[in-house]
Design a protein around this ligand. Structure first.
Ligand code: AMP
Length: 280
C-alpha cells in the first residue's frame, strides 16, 4: 500500500493509473478509522480496480467552537487498518498544502445544506463540498463511496456533483452499527461508559419510529413526538433536531411515504455531538 502526502504526487499517480485504464475508487475520510470507514473501503474495492483512501481532518468544515484541534488523529493505526481493508493507496495531504495562505475559493451548495445540520452548523457543508471538490479534482476518481450515516452530506455531495458536472459516481454504503445499535462514529471515542449508555437512545428512538411506520403510523408529528419523548428520558441527551425529511431534498415531510422518507436525529450527549438516521 502506497502512502502519498503531496498533491502533485497524488495527481501524477492518479493520472498514471488512469492511463492504464484502472478504475479508481475514492473513500474520503477524516481518519480515526472504525468499522464504518472500513466497510466503505471494502465496498470501493468491489467496484474499483484501485482504492484510494484520503485521510484529512478538514478545518473548513468545523465551526469556531467545534472540535477541530481535539479531533482524534492516529495515522499509524489508520494506515494499518486501510491496508488490512484492502486499500491500495492512502492520500494524507497537509493542511498547509490544501489550504495555503490566501486560500479564498469555496464551493457552496445552497439548498439541501440549509436544514437539519445546516441550521446549527452554518458553515459545515461549505467546508465539506469544498474539500470533496478539491479531492475530486486532485484524484479524479471514477467513483467515490460515502456512508449513509451522514445522509445530508451524501445528498449535498450528489447535488454538487450534478450541478457542477463532476464525472464521478457517488456510491452510498449502509450505516455500520455497534452490536447494541449505536452508529459507529469517530466521535464515539469521546464518550464515557455512562454517556455511551445514554447515547444508545438515539438509535433506539430511530428504530422505534421505524417500527411505528411498519405498524401503520405515517403521521410525522406522532413519530417525532414519540422519538423526542424517548430521548427526553435521558438526562445527558439534548436533542438538536429530530426530523422526518425527504431523503433526497432533506425537506420536512408531513406524511411518511415508505421508501422516500428518513428520520434524522442530531443530539448532544453532554458535550459530544452525535448524528444518526434511519430510512423509513
Ligand atoms: P468521517 O471520517 O467521519 O468524515 O467519515 C468518512 C466517511 O465514513 C463518510 O462518508 C461517512 O459517512 C462514513 N461513515 C462514518 N461513520 C460511518 C458508519 N457508522 N457507517 C458507515 N459509514 C460511515
Amino acid at each position: 500500500m502506497q502512502v502519498i502526502a503531496s498533491i502533485f504526487d497524488m495527481q501524477s499517480t492518479a493520472e498514471n493509473l488512469r492511463s492504464k485504464d484502472r478504475l479508481i475508487g475514492l473513500v474520503p475520510t477524516m481518519g480515526a478509522l472504525h468499522e464504518g470507514h472500513l466497510s466503505l473501503i471494502r465496498l470501493a474495492k468491489e467496484r474499483a480496480d484501485t482504492v484510494i483512501v484520503s485521510v484529512f481532518v478538514n478545518p473548513t468544515q468545523f465551526g469556531p467552537s467545534e472540535d477541530y484541534t481535539n479531533y482524534p488523529r492516529d495515522l499509524g493505526r489508520d494506515l494499518d487498518l486501510c491496508e488490512k481493508a484492502g486499500a491500495d493507496l492512502v492520500f494524507t495531504p497537509a493542511v498547509e498544502e490544501m489550504y495555503p495562505k490566501g486560500f479564498s475559493t469555496y464551493v457552496s451548495e445552497e439548498l439541501i445544506s440549509k436544514p437539519l445540520c445546516g441550521i446549527s452548523r452554518p458553515a459545515h457543508f461549505r467546508g465539506v463540498t469544498t474539500v470533496v471538490a478539491k479531492l475530486f479534482n486532485i484524484v479524479r476518481p471514477d467513483l467515490a463511496v460515502f456512508g449513509q450515516k451522514d445522509a445530508q452530506q451524501i445528498a449535498v455531495i450528489k447535488k454538487m456533483v450534478n450541478d457542477l458536472h463532476f464525472c464521478v459516481d457517488i456510491v452510498t454504503a449502509p450505516t455500520v452499527r455497534e452490536p447494541d445499535g449505536l452508529a459507529m462514529s469517530s466521535r464515539n471515542r469521546y464518550l464515557t461508559a455512562t454517556q455511551r449508555g445514554e447515547a444508545l437512545v438515539i438509535s433506539q428512538a430511530l428504530h422505534k419510529a421505524k417500527e411505528m411506520v411498519e405498524s401503520g403510523v405515517h403521521n410525522t408529528d406522532r413519530l417525532i413526538a414519540e422519538a423526542t419523548h424517548l430521548m427526553g428520558n435521558r438526562r445527558r441527551v439534548r436533542v438538536i433536531y429530530a426530523s422526518i425529511v425527504d431523503r433526497c431534498t432533506m425537506e420536512a415531510v408531513r406524511e411518511v411515504l415508505p421508501g422516500k422518507a428518513m428520520m434524522a436525529i442530531a443530539a448532544w450527549v453532554d458535550e459530544v455531538r452525535l448524528i444518526d438516521n434511519i430510512l423509513l
